[in-house]
Design a protein around this ligand. Structure first.
Ligand code: AMP
Length: 404
């Protein structure tokens, strides 16, 4: 089964083509029976239709997809839809849902709506599947989803949704496997088809930290999210690379009135000039900020401290919410590759049973493994993110469940 994953960014189009061997169990053991046949993409895209045509031409020239018959599904990592979540056929209902919330995700929803339309025109009959980033959060307790806003705001859609769902779902599944909880890993695999089925045995409590260009922390009990640092939009939670993260709502009218900024300019600055870039004044890339801090740049040092403070705040929130923690997991660019930040997040938490092994931590970059000390009650794990693989697997599961 050949599955194409289309990743439509605000200015880029990236794709990966996976082949699933029907003889292998879908999902087990990290890679889960999938081989990546092709990977590519285009930057500074203005015409998504053209980019999709170019992608299909590339796959044809490489002999992977000579006609629509060689492609068994296309998966999209859609961000946020009005009234729709989960992993569902990418049809007119999904396009309308993306358009309904384009104000909340202006950089992502319009490209995805256009991309889905284009694929359905180009490849009639090939199943298209949308895996929403919000899907992993659909079973959060209602209290964890609500803001204290007037009812009309809530009815319009103002609530906590949660993002990075594909990444945190992979962590839920893979960490359960690594901790010897095959029962929980199975539960996670079938989550979008069956919902959370009953479990037996002790609860498995995981705090998952996706720390990258954008960052979020998710609390996971028995493979199901109980809370997230992300809110209504991916603007929220930890400071992001150049987006503000959590901010008191009074700040927006305040700067409009005192600095004389129009709303569009406030929105632009919050999404382009905030976050780690705004704090450090150096860069939106943590490697540059680390280098500047090492040279004594005070704003760069402060940016690292604010990021660490915020990450620890959310890790602590879910540690408490879950009544303890069996595993603390780091993933994505910073989580996988930056031992100094991991050490800072875990510093001084021995009374909570979180103790890092400095040598293991320093040695682990970009690969999977455990970095906790032998006496650490909480396992500290590093698991490389693989969001495209998750989209591909869920696309297969969705297509198979539609056939039943
Ligand atoms: P992502 O969005 O997952 O690609 O993560 C991007 C972030 O990860 C950037 O802030 C980078 O500074 C950081 N990052 C990526 N690779 C490395 C690396 N080898 N060492 C340290 N940080 C890295």
């Amino acid at each position: 089964m050949n599955i194409l994953v289309a990743n439509l960014g605000s200015t880029s189009f990236k794709f990966r083509l996976f082949r699933f061997d029907p003889a292998t169990t879908l999902g087990a053991g990290g890679a889960g029976g999938a081989t990546m046949l092709a990977k590519g993409g285009y930057e500074r895209v203005t015409d998504y239709g053209q980019a999709i045509d170019d992608c299909l031409a590339e796959l044809k020239a490489a002999g992977h997809v000579r006609s629509a018959a060689d492609l068994h599904g296309v998966g999209f990592k859609t961000v946020l839809g009005k009234g729709v979540t989960g992993c569902v056929p990418a049809d007119d209902r999904v396009i309308a849902a993306l358009e309904g919330f384009k104000e909340i995700a202006p950089a992502h929803n319009p490209p995805y709506a256009a991309g889905i339309k284009r694929f359905s025109e180009k490849l009639p009959g090939v199943p298209l599947v949308a895996l929403f980033e919000t899907a992993f959060y659909q079973w959060m307790p209602e209290a964890a989803t609500r803001y204290a806003v007037p009812e009309a705001w809530y009815q319009a859609g103002v609530r906590r949704f949660g993002f990075h769902g594909a990444s945190h779902k992979f962590i839920a599944e893979r960490s359960a496997e690594m901790l010897g909880r095959a029962d929980i890993a199975d539960r996670v695999r079938g989550l979008y088809q069956s919902g959370p089925v009953p479990t037996q045995g002790p609860a498995l409590r995981v705090v998952s930290c996706h720390l990258g260009g954008s960052s979020s922390v998710t609390g996971i009990r028995d493979g199901v999210a109980v809370g997230t640092s992300m809110g209504l939009s991916p603007q929220s939670g930890l400071p992001q690379n150049n987006r503000v993260g959590d901010l008191d709502s009074a700040a927006v009218p305040f700067v409009m009135k005192t600095l004389g900024l129009p709303l569009a300019e406030v929105e632009r600055q919050m999404t382009k000039e905030g976050g780690l870039l705004g704090l450090s004044g150096v860069s939106n890339d943590l490697r540059d900020i680390n280098a500047a801090a090492a040279q004594g740049n005070a704003r760069a040092k402060l940016a690292l401290e604010v990021f660490t403070h915020s990450a620890r705040h959310w890790i602590g929130a879910f540690h408490f919410e879950l009544n303890g923690c069996d595993a603390l997991v780091f993933t994505a660019g910073i989580g996988e590759n930056n031992p100094d930040m991991r050490a800072a997040f875990c510093a001084g938490l021995d009374q909570l049973g979180i103790v890092i092994d400095p040598a293991k931590n320093a040695a682990l970059r970009g690969t999977e493994g455990e970095i906790s000390a032998a006496h650490s009650r909480v396992k500290i794990l590093v698991i490389p993110a693989n969001e495209e693989l998750v989209v591909a697997r869920e696309t297969v599961r969705c297509i198979q469940s539609q056939k039943k």
